[in-house]
Design a protein around this ligand. Structure first.
Ligand SMILES: [Zn+2]
Length: 285
């Protein structure tokens, strides 16, 4: 769905005449940041010209009800009007949209603002990489990104968790950029394990975009953890989890019966070893 037009009928000769008569360039223009989102840049443009964001959208013929889609798709005519209005070129306007996303990339890109940078947001910036599920730090100033909603206290999380989450985030980002099916599958297994441990409901993609930084960073850290001996880690997790978590793991492996059987075999072996150790200890005492 594209950001819609208000009036008159888009694409018609009447529309072109209407806009050429009514649209005058803004007095002040604002240079977009290379990673800026179209909605963020338009908001800065509105602020610089002392008008509201909604008024600016209406003025360029964009239905304000479709602002969520503004960063993902825009009709060429709307882009042309914005370019004329903001005294820039159409290519620059279109470069502020997300490019075509793969299925995984789309699932791991938040449709609405997820994080913000405490430094850059003071300048009114809203950047594309802040929407990525694998973003931990601001790529512009290096500050730790903070969730827009939900639990505060990201600063209270341990340095070790943050360090591991950064490693997992880099692995996930690289897997998605390369569109590597194997790496993405392994990363999502790690997230499924982490969700099982944290009792997080929903899909792995949703957990990676959780407003609860503890859940999100734990899921990212798990991606790093499962890179080495993932089956053993899965087996360890299955020995101390509830039914929901077991179902989550079964779902992770439901298309891979061989892997699931291996995980179960290792888990049984671990449990037998634990029982033996316990009975030996009780005999000694
Ligand atoms: Zn920043």
């Amino acid at each position: 769905m594209d950001a819609g037009l208000v009036t008159p009928c888009a694409g018609s000769a009447a529309a072109r005449k209407f806009w050429s008569l009514t649209l005058r360039p803004l007095p002040k223009t604002v240079l977009p940041h290379p990673d800026e989102l179209l909605s963020g840049w338009l908001a800065r443009l509105a602020a610089a010209n002392y008008c509201s964001f909604v008024d600016l959208l209406v003025h360029v013929g964009i239905d304000p009800r479709h602002t969520i889609m503004l960063d993902f798709a825009l009709e060429t005519e709307a882009a042309e009007r914005i370019a004329a209005f903001a005294r820039t070129d159409v290519d620059r306007v279109q470069s502020l949209l997300f490019p075509d996303l793969t299925q995984t990339e789309a699932a791991l890109t938040a449709p609405v603002p997820l994080h913000t940078c405490p430094n850059c947001s003071r300048q009114g910036l809203a950047l594309k990489h802040w929407r990525r599920a694998w973003a931990v730090d601001c790529q512009v100033c290096g500050a730790l990104l903070t969730p827009i909603l939900g639990k505060p206290g990201i600063g209270l999380l341990s340095d070790q968790l943050l360090r591991r989450a950064r490693v997992g985030a880099a692995l996930l980002g690289s897997a998605v950029t390369l569109n590597s099916v194997g790496q993405i599958r392994r990363a999502m297994r790690g997230v499924a394990f982490a969700m099982a441990l944290k009792n997080a409901r929903g899909t792995p993609a949703a957990a990676l975009q959780s407003y609860n930084p503890e859940v999100r960073l734990f899921c990212l850290a798990a991606i790093a953890a499962v890179q080495k001996r993932p089956l053993l880690k899965a087996a360890l997790f299955t020995t101390g989890i509830d039914d929901f978590a077991r179902v989550a793991l079964l779902r992770t492996y439901h298309k891979e019966a061989r892997l699931l059987a291996t995980v179960d075999r290792i888990a049984c072996r671990i449990q037998r070893r634990v029982h033996t150790l316990r009975s030996r200890n009780s005999e000694q005492t």
